[in-house]
Design a protein around this ligand. Sequence first.
Ligand SMILES: C[S@@+](CC[C@H](N)C(=O)[O-])C[C@H]1O[C@@H](n2cnc3c(N)ncnc32)[C@H](O)[C@@H]1O
Length: 365
Amino acid sequence: MKKMKFVLTTPQGIEDLAKREVEMLIKSAGLKGKVEEKPSGVEGRILAEIEESYYLDEKGKKREFEIASFLNENSRLLHRVIFQLSSTKLSNLEKEKALQEIYDFVSNSLIENYVKISESFAVRGFRKGEHEFTSIDVAKTVGSAIYDKLSKFGTPKVNLDHPSVIFRAEVINDVFFLGIDTTGDSSLHKRPWRVYDHPAHLKASIANAMIELAELDEGSVLDPMCGSGTILIELALRGYEGKIIGIEKYKKHLKGAMMNALAAGVLDKIDLIQGDATRLSHYLDSVDFVISNLPYGLKIGKKKLIPELYMKFFAELSKILGKRGVFLTTEKKAIEKAFEENGFKIIHHRLVGHGGLMVHLYIIK
Ligand SMILES: C[S@@+](CC[C@H](N)C(=O)[O-])C[C@H]1O[C@@H](n2cnc3c(N)ncnc32)[C@H](O)[C@@H]1O
């Protein structure tokens, strides 16, 4: 059986969880395949080799199972699903030589099998590592190689804004990779329910990673500084049966969380309270789990107020938390001091890439 290769993208630091999710999805669809996290040591990437599979439609006609659509529709942790066309190791990283090698390699690839002359295309470039060229140079080079190749069959159509086919050209260190981005220009973490855009909202993929790390058991879950409600909404969308509660200090964000929950169709599944997390025990006697992306004081609020906010919040939390807490922050010193002084034990720590920063994720009890 022929195997199809997909390069899947996810935030740095949650590759293990994304790998596990993809393995579960493959299994649930009755597919066979192999999933590898961080292929060639590249962070934020998963490589999935999945056997082609067919099914009979209602008219008894044999149809190919659309693996890419299935992953795009069902994953909660992935950002992109890229169908891998080809890849090669560049022999020279000097600008002119590397770009010429990329041009020749693309010219020798069977591009015409993946884009019809009647379809418009665009190339999106990506680059990581030390290079003398930019991702735009890579995209331009690949774009002209594809254009020249397709010219043999007619006049190719380039549409940079709304292309039918998006090629993804990546150079990561000395590896060049060409694929078709089946996700499109809008990453999967940009959920359709987000009608209110909080200035410091959490990526839905990371919210799901935090939910998985919490190992919930249908007990009550609180996000005490819930902003626009990302964690709570994603939890409700997973069909969580336990109580889901959100607290947010500012009316504007709380209203935004309500609008988002309404758009997601889960407003009736979440209790949203306008309140102050430093007075937590005022609203709740107990809660089993807490999952929260705390304020860092970078985008909104003042950074110097963060240590005091954390200290007061964790003092209150120690009065009501039953099981576990999962937190995300850039403020390592402040949060670890607040954990220690309030009797919390760190049971897991990892770094996660969020908005260009590496953010600390903690599980405590
Ligand atoms: C990093 S944002 C959370 C964003 C949220 N995860 C989302 O995806 O929209 C932190 C939130 O904490 C809220 N906040 C700050 N201090 C608070 C307090 N004392 N009590 C409750 N909420 C507070 C802020 O207004 C902000 O909305």
